[in-house]
Design a protein around this ligand. Sequence first.
Ligand code: ATP
Ligand code: MG
Length: 439
Amino acid sequence: MKRSQYFLPTLKENPKEAEIVSHRYMLRAGMIKQTSAGIYAWLPMGLKVLKKIEAIVREEQNKAGAQEVLMPTIQPADLWKESGRYDAYGKEMLRIMDRGDREMLFGPTNEEMITDIFRAHVKSYKDLPKNLYHIQWKFRDEVRPRFGVMRGREFLMKDAYSFDLSPEDARISYQKMFLSYLRTFRRLGVKAIPMKADTGPIGGDLSHEFIILADTGESEVYTDKKWNDVDVTAQGLSYDDTAALETYFTEMTNIYAATDEIHDAESAPPSNELDVARGIEVGHIFYFGTKYSKAMGASVQNKDGSIVDVEMGSYGIGVSRLVGAIIEASHDDNGIIWPVEIAPFDAGLINLRSGDAACDKACEDLYQQLQDAGFDVLLDDRDARAGDKFADMDLIGLPYQIIIGPKGLEKGSAEVKNRATGETKDVALDQIVSILGNK
Ligand code: ATP
Ligand code: MG
């Protein structure tokens, strides 16, 4: 992509309304535009990152055996009356009336709708287990939308729902999602720690929040220092190996991690082994048994002919919140530092002297070569000051910057800068593709 043609409306000044760094950088890097309180339009570069995160979440869900569906954003109120949540949900739910005076709503979550789909089609134990997910926009009329996409009103969520015959089977489904979440966040280039969460009135001990550590996190968290060394992704562990999955789950959930509300000094390990930090919730998984299946009649016939309510769990990831959360965890004073897997472009190419025939040609040639090698490159070919180009490139945080100017060209080289480390080196023009690694 050529910067002269790209819709990338970067800002030099910090927008006043942005209180935290991710919000500031997302606005300044031209990723989003607020359209109403807590509602955002995604501009080309923001959308690119969102889609990359979505793709990784999807791949990891599929690997764990979940199947993708797509449910609508608009739901009939009747389903929520069946579960009893229509009144309970309160003002956070956006309620809509259609032209036939039917009560509708913009879905804040999908337990009712998925249960309705399930009950229409699944009648036998032979069809279990099932795990269905979608990646869809949600609406919650938050009292205080803030921090940009981190606490929006309209936001993109991945939500999965598992259906099992027994609590034991449901535990396995839960453990698969637990592992898949840790693998997902690791691939996204961030460290998320699973914390035991309050299960509320349903009880049971199976609920975890996944927390990314960052100074601006909304909650205080206490984590065992062991989280720094342990291999949370359990490489080589297969989702089908249920015995190994149980061992892994026990091991992980025995390492201390708690949010402020749950942390109590009594049950925690000695304080010198704990880190205290702040955290952002990027995922939440939940086993809730027969809460919805009982209320809505989602049952199957068991082997012995008896009818049983299915055991359910739900598993959310805040896909759009992750864009902000990852920036909170990965930035410096000059801008964003994208983890490689989700960077909007692999590299930025800066033409220090646009209009100079030799510089223009070298940039065009390298731009072509890099694209032929499979790299997605942003070429800053604008007629602008070098300082502005550098500042913009640091702000948008691409993993590599390749700087082409008249001095380097005399030696047949360009400067390559690693955005994360700040290291720069002169590299011969014909070596640049290999320096960037394999695509
Ligand atoms: P929170 O405690 O942050 O309000 P929640 O517990 O209400 O979140 P869940 O119902 O567990 O949220 O939703 C699953 C995930 O969706 C959360 O872990 C979070 O990452 C994301 N999420 C929830 N609310 C918002 C929001 N208003 N804006 C952006 N993402 C959100
Ligand atoms: Mg939650």
